[in-house]
Ligand binder design. Structure first.
Ligand SMILES: NC(=O)c1ccc[n+]([C@@H]2O[C@H](COP(=O)([O-])OP(=O)(O)OC[C@H]3O[C@@H](n4cnc5c(N)ncnc54)[C@H](OP(=O)(O)O)[C@@H]3O)[C@@H](O)[C@H]2O)c1
Length: 155
């Protein structure tokens, strides 16, 4: 039996297992099949390493999307990662209560946070870049300028 750290389990293993398990169905649903992974702007602070903290797990999600896009580019499945922005959700209230209280009313609503997810689901695929990272209905950089967050394929 294996034990995994909870955040790594939910964000990395969960994303990996659900997506891999769905691939046969996604292939059947081609050419309009798509996978949208909700990552985070937190990943801008982290490179791809084997440390299991939240930001790195969100970085791994973006790397997985890139890998799947490359592996399945001829299968008619689109893979996209996105950042919802700070949105008022039960998750934020529970995991960062002080932060949540301090900025209450200043976050996006959960509906605004979901906007780009829905947009990615509904856009004609030829307008989207498979393997891309999206924020506010547009492709966004995966790395901040001058940051050492890039990794090699081997990593
Ligand atoms: N809200 C933000 O400002 C923000 C910013 C950046 C990124 N994100 C990302 O957006 C995504 C959704 O977050 P949210 O803010 O909408 O939080 P949320 O309202 O708490 O939703 C989190 C979801 O994850 C599920 N979940 C939590 N722990 C789990 C576990 N141990 N096993 C299986 N499922 C689990 C929850 O399931 P149940 O409903 O069954 O509990 C819930 O559906 C996350 O990937 C988060 O990293 C959010």
């Amino acid at each position: 039996m294996f034990c995994f750290e909870l955040n790594f389990s939910v964000n990395v293993l969960g994303t990996y297992i659900i997506t891999e398990s769905m691939l046969p169905l996604l292939e059947k649903a081609a050419l309009d099949a798509r996978v949208i992974t909700v990552s985070s702007g937190g990943m801008y602070t982290a490179p791809l390493t084997n440390d299991l903290q939240y930001a790195r797990n969100k970085r791994v999600q973006v790397a997985l999307i890139e890998k799947w896009a490359e592996m399945y580019k001829d299968k008619g499945i689109g893979f996209y990662a996105m950042y919802p922005g700070w949105a008022e959700t039960p998750g934020v209230a529970k995991s960062s209560p002080e932060f949540s209280e301090r900025f209450s009313g200043k976050f996006r609503t959960w509906g605004e946070g979901a906007d780009t997810i829905i947009w990615l689901a509904l856009q004609p695929k030829e307008k989207l870049v498979s393997g891309g990272f999206y924020f506010d209905r547009a492709e966004a950089p995966k790395h901040p300028p001058f940051a050492s967050t890039r990794s090699t394929n081997d990593e």
